[in-house]
Design a protein around this ligand. Structure first.
Ligand code: 48H
Length: 261
């Protein structure tokens, strides 16, 4: 027989609400907010948190991983082109080489290891929160994001009247995948032009994504698939090497910028 401690409903409720509020108080102001918890966002958050940067990941879904969870074509396999398999080695993800320089791993295994690595490094995750707007400061520099609970944001306006809340940060990373949701918010205000991602050409796409990863607008860094949307680069299809390396690069760029602020 197992005898559980007598903590009851009220203690459980207080534990959840109390700990959540402590985190929310702290992360109302972060060094970096990463929007989107897919492979590029998780790599960026991991890289920053490992350097001691106060990092919050805002993710609209109730799970993390984005397209990395089940990979391409609903088949639970993820492919990675060299040299990005070195990141799988670091994460201790098993894989096979299916042809020269092309590696295949199980999506849930790779993704869960990446999620754990970002959490172990100290990144804080806020799920079910959708970006509604941005915070703009002097000279229109991005100074944070405005969020609402996903269920509130996705209900028709006539059913909800719930104002969003603002979170401040020194930098924001847009890692929202194809949507480039944060970049699109700047476009909506006429501050940037977004060409949208181009047709598929994997050999050209992945190098370009890494090359273009960086500050797209003052205070806003773009990573992963959002880079293709922001710069009109070709898409790469169901392969994730550039997502991982772009996320790592975004962390390096953000860390450098934080030193200069
Ligand atoms: C909060 C949001 C919002 C929002 C979106 O799609 P992802 O996996 O993005 P990447 O760039 O890390 O990886 C892209 C890869 O998965 C992929 O799709 C590839 C390689 N495609 C190639 C091709 O040719 O199509 O993750 C983005 C995350 C998701 O978890 C979203 O739920 C989240 O961002 N998100 N979170 N507020 N407005 N929009």
């Amino acid at each position: 027989m197992v005898a559980f401690e007598p903590a009851g409903e009220k203690e459980i409720t207080r534990a959840i609400v109390g700990e959540f509020m402590k985190d929310f108080q702290k992360y109302a102001e972060s060094d970096v907010i990463v929007v989107g918890g897919g492979p590029s966002g998780l790599m960026a958050a991991k890289g920053l948190a490992e350097r001691g940067v106060n990092t919050l990941v805002v993710e609209r879904n109730n799970y993390l991983g984005g397209g990395f969870w089940i990979g391409g074509f609903l088949l639970n396999k993820v492919t990675i082109r060299a040299p990005a398999q070195k990141i799988l080695d670091e994460l201790r993800v098993p894989y096979i080489e299916s042809s020269k320089g092309l590696y295949v791993a199980d999506g849930p295994h790779a993704c869960s290891r990446l999620i754990a690595a970002a959490c172990d490094a100290g990144a804080k995750i806020l799920n079910m929160a959708l970006i509604d707007d941005i915070v703009l400061r002097e000279k229109n520099r991005v100074g944070g994001v405005v969020i609402n609970w996903t269920p509130v944001s996705t209900l028709p306006r006539e059913l909800t009247c719930v104002d969003p809340v603002g979170l401040e940060s020194k930098l924001v990373i847009d890692a929202t995948g194809h949507d480039a949701a944060v970049v699109r918010l700047l476009e909506r205000r006429g501050l940037i032009r977004v060409p949208g991602y181009g047709a598929m050409w994997v050999e050209r796409s992945e190098d370009l994504v890494v090359e273009h990863t960086g500050e797209v607008y003052p205070g806003l860094i773009v990573a992963g698939m959002a880079v293709t949307t922001a710069y009109g680069l070709p898409r790469m299809g169901p392969t994730f090497g550039s997502m991982l390396i772009s996320g790592r690069r975004a962390a390096e760029v953000a860390y450098q910028k934080l030193q200069e602020l």
